[in-house]
Design a protein around this ligand. Structure first.
Ligand code: PMT
Length: 400
């Protein structure tokens, strides 16, 4: 998978910089070409010469050094890369990358990179747990950066916990998987729904819910990363749609979502409904703003169509239908009931009362339940990571 791939490796100033030497060696053995950019601090730990010899290429450190091979060095390097990897990634580089700081060769190059970017963090466990670092990781992940989680154990500083750079073999395997997955769903159409629908009451008011779209957008992003042709149908959301979609359709009401979803599902192999569709809409929508008075106001609600149930009734041979269940009690019982009622292959159940789970959070806690009743329980994880695990679970053998 790495044969002929051009990997740009950024090395930053941490004790784990020495492990990056082995990463380069393994990447080259796997057939990749590697060019290294070091921060000045990294050169305090490992010399430029070491990386030059092991990569077989000149190493870039200084923005102002005389140009050797590349035109405008940071731009040429950024354009050359099929993938950029920062290993080890210190708290400092994560903060700079999250902010878009460009004050040395590595940060400037990273800003110009359009290829996928991987960070392999390495730092003291308290630093890794610090809210500032967590926020920077979340911000970078939400922009599409990938993370290779650090290992847990005795750290160079003597502390024990997560923060040890992932092993070079794991880092190389993560890149191999990435390139393998990039082709996994090539030519396969995936339909994802996200965010909540809104049901108007009058020109200024509506009934809505707390769905931000984060779960659905993460799923769409993962499907794109696996090479699928992805259609994302979304209720109102403040999020920017992921890059690389085949199409993005913005809808407001359940009725609008139904129309688009039923049409797109006809040609989709995989359908994942993460949207929080309103079960009811106001029976009448006032043409003008409803004026308040001293009386109580009653709004009669009419049932919305159950889009997923309709999809279940029309399901084609080989189509994979995945629903979500947002519950506040009896999670498993209700979720299993929805599998049967809506003729699903899988349901992803989230107890939305748990801290860090459900609506408008960066993380979620889910159980992936198959039609046959097998349950995979996932602990608290970033929604992007959950999306990955959902695809790993739902894809049949032919894609693996
Ligand atoms: O968007 P986020 O802020 O990231 O929040 C994520 C989430 C909590 C919205 C998501 O994880 C989730 O649980 N989505 C489904 C919410 C929901 O509507 O659950 P439900 O149990 O009411 O519906 C079950 C399934 O039927 C869902 O797949 C839903 O899309 C579908 N449905 C429901 C009603 C309806 N009229 N038509 C439908 O298709």
């Amino acid at each position: 998978m790495l044969q002929g791939k051009k990997i740009l490796l950024g090395v930053t100033g941490g004790i784990a910089a020495y492990k990056a030497v082995e990463v380069v060696s393994r990447l080259r053995k796997a057939g990749a070409e590697v060019r290294v950019v070091m921060t000045k601090e990294a050169t305090e730990f490992v010399t430029e010469l070491t990386f030059r010899e092991i990569s077989g290429n000149p190493v870039a450190v200084d923005m102002w050094a005389p140009i050797q091979h590349w035109n405008v060095a940071h731009i040429a390097l950024a354009e050359w890369a099929d993938l950029a990897l920062v290993a080890p990634a210190t708290a400092n580089i994560l903060a700079k990358a999250a902010l878009g700081v460009a004050d040395d060769m590595l940060t400037t190059t990273l800003l110009a990179v359009t290829a996928p970017v991987f960070f392999a963090p390495a730092m003291n466990c308290n630093m890794y747990a610090h809210p500032a670092v967590r926020e920077n990781i979340e911000k970078l992940a939400s922009r599409g950066a990938h993370f290779i989680a650090p290992g847990t154990g005795k750290l160079a500083c003597g502390a024990e916990g997560p923060g040890r750079l992932a092993e070079p073999a794991e880092i190389v395997a993560a890149l191999e998987n990435f390139f393998a997955e990039g082709a996994q769903l090539s030519g396969v159409k995936v339909l994802v729904t996200a965010a909540g629908t809104i049901e108007p009451i009058d020109p200024v008011r509506y009934i809505g819910n707390r769905s931000s779209g984060r779960m659905g957008y993460a799923l769409a992003e993962e499907a794109v990363a696996r090479g699928a042709e992805v259609v994302l149908v979304s209720g109102p959301s403040a999020l920017t749609p992921p890059k690389g979609l085949q199409s993005f359709v913005s809808v407001e009401t359940a009725k609008e979502m139904r129309e688009v979803v039923l049409r797109e599902a006809e040609t989709s192999r995989i359908v994942i409904k993460a949207a929080a569709v309103a079960d009811y809409h106001p029976k009448t929508v006032s043409d003008h703003k409803i004026k308040k008075n001293d009386e109580e106001l009653s709004i009669i609600l009419e049932k919305n169509p159950d889009i997923l149930k309709e999809l279940g009734q029309k399901k084609r041979e080989g189509q994979i239908l995945v629903g979500f269940a947002a519950e506040t009690q009896n999670l498993l019982q209700y979720a299993k009931g929805k599998i049967a009622k809506k003729n699903l292959d899988f349901i992803v159940a989230n107890d939305v009362t748990k801290p860090g789970a459900g609506f408008n959070t960066a993380t979620n806690i889910v159980k992936i339940i198959s039609r046959g009743g097998e349950i995979e329980e996932l602990p608290l994880m970033e929604k992007r990571e959950i999306a990955k695990r959902i695809f790993d679970r739902i894809l049949p053998e032919e894609f693996k």
